[in-house]
Design a protein around this ligand. Structure first.
Ligand SMILES: Cc1cc2ncn([C@H]3O[C@H](COP(=O)(O)O)[C@@H](O)[C@H]3O)c2cc1C
Ligand SMILES: O=C(O)c1cccnc1
Length: 337
């Protein structure tokens, strides 16, 4: 089945008419939490996660059996400005590493029972340097959104989207700065580990991009101007997951910058997403705050690839396993309060 989007206008329309969560399934899940053999609320956020998950899946499904992780890779024209501690060729080299099973995300996917798909996006054709032009044309943005949209497995019951793209923390900082304001230095972090001089240069580059492209449209148009193919593909995949009622775990700063573009195009577009972790990239806490998301984990990761979200799959699986597998007070013969 081909599911590709015909136009950016179609994507915008779809985003504004996405399915909502099933209030009845949520109510049922809440009531079920209340009769399990534990003090009320004692499983904390695990209880909320079970309610949220069941609300998005609807119906009686109570276990997570088929999580999918997709890593999208893209190259950035702005890398030529020297904003990363690593050279641009690392993007393609890491794609090969993902394909051979040698990256962090391969191990995290395996131990959490998730499939891992790797989708390189025109790696030999970097986006335009956003300090001189729009990163992508309309057609390039649409292609990348479609790549994300089409990569989602409709049989998956949970989705994590990750990325690989040297210089993409610069792009993510520019998106956050353009869409949320507050000044580029609030959003610009060290990424792969630039030194103080590198951070200064990176902040200046973000400033230049924002000066050229801010206030020129909605989240999607900002994504076209300041984003990258892998960010757009992540956005396309998150939107497709919403259409399929597949809950999504958000990863770090870059994934969240892509997500921000969706919610700045259609409010409510991220209601099916939960924040997997707090990245050590400096702007992430503020970015999560702007999206009203509370991270599940804080492990000082600053990697991307979907790593923090991939780790949170285990938390969500445990939440659903408790919800479905625990005995009720009546079943276990345990005295109720
Ligand atoms: C070997 C290696 C593996 C990675 N895996 C994820 N990233 C992460 O680092 C990059 C963003 O940082 P910056 O904006 O500073 O380039 C992205 O590719 C991101 O996924 C990696 C980076 C490197 C070097
Ligand atoms: O938080 C992230 O996604 C991140 C941070 C640093 C480098 N790469 C990714």
């Amino acid at each position: 089945m081909t599911t590709s989007l015909a136009s950016l206008a179609e994507f915008r329309n779809l985003l504004r008419s996405m399915p909502e969560c099933d209030a009845e399934a949520m109510e049922e899940a809440r009531a079920h939490n209340g009769i399990l053999t534990k003090p009320p609320g004692a499983l904390g956020r695990l209880e909320d996660l079970a309610v949220w998950y069941r609300g998005w899946r609807g119906g009686p499904q109570v276990e997570i059996a088929s999580p999918q992780i997709i890593v999208f890779a893209g190259n950035h024209g702005v890398a030529a400005r020297g904003v990363s501690a690593f050279p641009a060729e690392v993007t393609a080299q890491m794609v090969a590493n993902f394909q051979h099973g040698g990256a962090a995300i391969n191990q995290i996917a395996r131990v959490n029972g998730a499939t891992l798909d790797v989708v390189p996006l025109a790696l030999d054709k970097p986006t335009q340097d956003f300090t001189v032009a729009s990163a992508m044309t309309d057609a390039e943005l649409l292609d990348a959104l479609c790549a994300g949209w089409d990569a989602v497995n409709s049989d998956a019951d949970l989705l994590v989207v990750g990325e690989m793209g040297i210089a993409n923390t610069t792009s993510a900082a520019a998106l956050a700065s353009a869409l949320l304001g507050g000044g580029s230095r609030f959003w610009t972090g060290r990424g792969t580990g630039v030194d103080d001089a590198g951070l200064l240069l990176k902040t200046k580059v973000v400033d230049e991009g924002v000066a050229l492209h801010a206030d020129h449209g909605d989240g999607l148009e900002t994504l076209r101007r300041l984003g990258g193919r892998e960010l757009a593909a992540m956005a396309g995949a998150m939107a497709r997951a919403r259409q399929l009622r597949i809950p999504v775990i958000l990863d770090g700063f870059i994934c969240c910058a892509a997500a921000l573009c969706l919610v700045r195009t259609a409010p409510g577009a991220l209601d099916h997403c939960v924040a997997g972790h707090l990245s050590a990239e400096s702007g992430h806490r503020r970015l999560l705050g702007a999206m009203d998301k509370e991270p599940l984990l804080e492990l000082n990761l600053r990697l991307g690839e979907g790593s923090g979200a991939g780790l949170a799959i285990g938390i969500l699986k445990a939440a659903l396993a408790c919800h479905a597998g625990m005995a009720t007070f009546a079943e276990a013969g345990v005295s109720d309060a």
